[in-house]
Structure formats: structure tokens, C-alpha cells
Design a protein around this ligand. Structure first.
Ligand code: GDP
Ligand code: ADP
Length: 219
């Protein structure tokens, strides 16, 4: 599904789809923001959602906030690459921006749940790299949900009670990062992305590059 761009070393490679998932509150939004700030060549996929906007969120930056009929129309019109129901709300990935970014040689970062990750994997296994973020403990998870101070106590209780179910999907992911400390977890996630960008299979320009090197040596 990708056509490819150039790596930092000038060798052409296919773009990759970098997925972060975790139980709510484990830190994927924090880590995603750092990745987008600090990793050139990476674009965030902005999901559509029917959930209410939280204080501080911006429409079009954090999510595309849509009503249920609009979401249904996007599903019917095949405008979503994947979609799922989470916490009684619908969430989905608009297809157009992802395909445009990959075609322009960019990598795309997804903050989506395990259901969406499964759907992406079915569509583009070779291009999907998935990371599951775990909290260091249940107490830390609860503290983080409260410290974010953006959800009611009832919503936080719901998110805590779903955490165990969400975590049961950890073994479907390529990498597992435990988010004790933001800087350390960021360094780990960044290392994964850097290494995956160098994978031989997605560096489609290597054959030509090596041939040219050999030509120079024989020259
Ligand atoms: N499948 C899917 N899941 C999504 C999408 N966007 C967000 N999610 C997931 O929906 C869940 C709830 O997200 P949100 O309401 O922002 O709360 P958060 O868990 O605190 O980030 C998280 O697990 C997100 O990863 C999407 O486009 N598709
Ligand atoms: N390693 C960490 N130590 C302490 N607090 C953290 C850590 N990582 C994230 N947080 C805080 O926890 C809260 C939930 O993080 P967030 O990134 O919104 O999680 P998610 O997107 O997975 O729901 C936020 O207030 C965030 O600042």
C-alpha cells in the first residue's frame, strides 16, 4: 500500500505504520506527542471519534470530533482504514491522510486500540510495527488517570475496569514498553522506530545502492 520515500541516508524505503496501544492512562498520548515533536518524517494519524472533546483538546489536532450520523457515513463511504467501538464511542482512522503520507515517503503514527491494530495488520502486515505500552502498576495507572483530571470519577472507574481486558492483547504486539519514566520509555520507543526504519525488507532502494557500490569497486 506504500510507494516509498527516502531514508535519512538517501536509500529509498517503504513508509511504515507505527502503532502505539495501551490501556487508557498508560501514556500513549504523551509518548506520541514526543515522537511527533522529535522524530522527523513521522506524521500523526488523526482519528475520527464520536466521544466528547476533553478540556485542552483541539478539533482536527487531537481528533476529528464528529457526530454519530457523520461517523456512520464515513463507515458506509469506506472512508475509514479501520474502526472500532471503545467505551461506548466510535473511533476510526480516516484513510486519505494515511495513504497520502505513506505515498509521500512519511511514516505514520497511530494511537489506536487492539481492535484497530488487528485490522491494520490484516491489511498491511509487512508495513505495521506495533508497540504495546504497559503501566508499571495498577496504582500508577489510576494515579495517572486522576492526574490527567479530564474525566469524571465514573469514566475513570470504567477505564480502570477495562484496563485488564485491554492488556490481555499484549502478546499480539511486536514490542512491549513499560512506562515507568517518560524519558526512558520515549527512548525505547524511539529506538524501536529507528531500528525498524533500517530493516532490510522495507529498504527497497538497497539493491540499486549495493549494485552501484559494486560498480564503483569494479570500476
Ligand atoms: N481502533 C481505533 N481505536 C482508536 C482510534 N483512536 C483512538 N483509539 C483508541 O480509543 C481508546 C480511547 O481513546 P481516548 O478516548 O482518547 O482515551 P485514552 O485511552 O485516554 O487516549 C484508546 O485505546 C485509543 O487508542 C482509532 O482511530 N481506531
Ligand atoms: N511515565 C509517566 N510517569 C508519570 N506520569 C505519566 C507518565 N506517562 C504519562 N503520564 C501522565 O499520565 C496521564 C495519562 O497519560 P496519557 O499519555 O494521556 O495516557 P493515554 O493516552 O495512554 O491514555 C497524563 O497526565 C500524563 O501526563
Amino acid at each position: 500500500m506504500t510507494t516509498g520515500g527516502h531514508g535519512t541516508d538517501g536509500v529509498e524505503r517503504r513508509g511504515l505504520m507505527f502503532v502505539l496501544s495501551s490501556p487508557s492512562g498508560a501514556g500513549k498520548t504523551t509518548l506520541s506527542r514526543l515522537l511527533i515533536e522529535r522524530m522527523p518524517g513521522l506524521r500523526m494519524s488523526v482519528s475520527a471519534t464520536t466521544r466528547a472533546m476533553r478540556p485542552g483538546e483541539v478539533d482536527g489536532r487531537d481528533y476529528l470530533f464528529v457526530d454519530k450520523p457523520r461517523f456512520e457515513a464515513m463507515v458506509k463511504g469506506d472512508e475509514l482504514l479501520e474502526w472500532a467501538t471503545v467505551f461506548d464511542n466510535r473511533y476510526g482512522t480516516p484513510r486519505g491522510p494515511v495513504e497520502a503520507a505513506l505515498s509521500a515517503g512519511q511514516d505514520v503514527l497511530f494511537d489506536i486500540d487492539w481492535q484497530g491494530t488487528q485490522q491494520l495488520r490484516e491489511k498491511a502486515r509487512a508495513d505495521v510495527v506495533s508497540v504495546f505500552i504497559l503501566p508499571p502498576s495498577a496504582a500508577d495507572l489510576e494515579k495517572r488517570l486522576h492526574s490527567r483530571a479530564q474525566d469524571s470519577d465514573e469514566v475513570i472507574r470504567k477505564r480502570m475496569s477495562r484496563a485488564s481486558h485491554e492488556m490481555s492483547h499484549w502478546a499480539e504486539y511486536d514490542y512491549i514498553v513499560i512506562n515507568h519514566d517518560v524519558d526512558a520509555a520515549f527512548a525505547e520507543v524511539q529506538s524501536i522506530l529507528k531500528a525498524e526504519r533500517l530493516k532490510r525488507e522495507r529498504r527497497v532502494g538497497l539493491v540499486g545502492f549495493v549494485r552501484s557500490l559494486q560498480g564503483q569497486l569494479q570500476g
